[in-house]
Design a protein around this ligand. Structure first.
Ligand code: ATP
Ligand code: MG
Length: 230
């Protein structure tokens, strides 16, 4: 039987520092309801990426715990954890292989129909179909003939297909032209529906669609409010 997460994330008195160095998070607590979209903002070095890495278990807390549906992340089966929590990073990393393989990364048994449906959902089907070999086109590590915005859309399609209960997104800082920007924003709305999302947000338009905006400074939340209140 597959375990289905609801997507309720909690930090309970988490203290964390990278090995032997200064404390980055001092006794940090945060409750993220299932289905909420959180925009995380704050100055460089505030601890935003560190928070994301603790949720995706790149690191474990020094003290305290991070839970998913009340279960300590350390007690979850790695396979369940990988299915429940997906992180999309700034680099929107593509490996060398076809566009289809890249989208199916989190679900290797996906059919081409499922891959296309995911691409269509995030508005990526049109440009992929226009590539010389369509879904069989090769993308290399440098992105090849795929633009920065298109790379993001491919990584969104990948996340959409994986369908995690919790999505962590470190939003790209690179600026896009206005049509791409709009495409990404629409894709994001689709991607966020029906799941918990924690977005390290660099765009005002992303902050605006969040249910809750957290402002971080020196490893602490200094503001926690609806976007309209900020
Ligand atoms: P940015 O907006 O620049 O991405 P951030 O809010 O994501 O910043 P973090 O990357 O979480 O900040 O960094 C928080 C603190 O942890 C910083 O002081 C940083 O130097 C330190 N740090 C981050 N990664 C490591 C690491 N792998 N080893 C040691 N210290 C680290
Ligand atoms: Mg960061």
């Amino acid at each position: 039987d597959l375990w289905e997460s609801r997507g309720h994330v909690r930090f309970e008195d988490v203290t964390f520092g990278y090995s032997g160095e200064k404390t980055i998070l001092p006794s940090f607590s945060l409750d993220i309801e299932a289905g909420q979209t959180i925009a995380l903002v704050g100055t460089t070095g505030a601890g935003k990426s560190t928070l994301a890495k603790l949720i995706s278990r790149f690191y474990d807390p020094t003290l305290g715990r991070v839970t998913l549906d009340g279960v300590d992340l350390r007690s979850l089966h790695p396979k369940d954890l990988r299915r429940a929590i997906v992180m999309v990073t700034q680099e929107a990393y593509l490996f060398s292989g076809t566009v289809a393989d890249n989208i199916a990364l989190g679900k290797p048994d996906a059919t081409l129909d499922e891959i296309r449906a995911a691409a269509r959902a995030v508005g990526a089907d049109e440009f992929i179909s226009a590539l010389p070999d369509g879904y069989n086109s090769d993308v290399n590590k440098r992105g090849g003939r795929v633009s920065a915005g298109q790379r993001q859309l491919i990584s969104f399609a990948r996340a959409f297909l994986a369908d995690p209960a919790v999505l962590i997104l470190d939003e790209a800082t690179a600026s896009l032209d206005i049509p791409s920007e709009r495409l990404i924003q629409d894709a994001l709305q689709t991607l966020l529906a029906d799941r918990t999302a924690i977005i390290i947000a660099h765009r005002l338009s992303t902050v605006a669609i969040a249910d809750r905006v957290l402002v971080m400074e020196h490893g602490e939340i200094i503001e926690d409010d609806a976007p309209a209140a900020l």
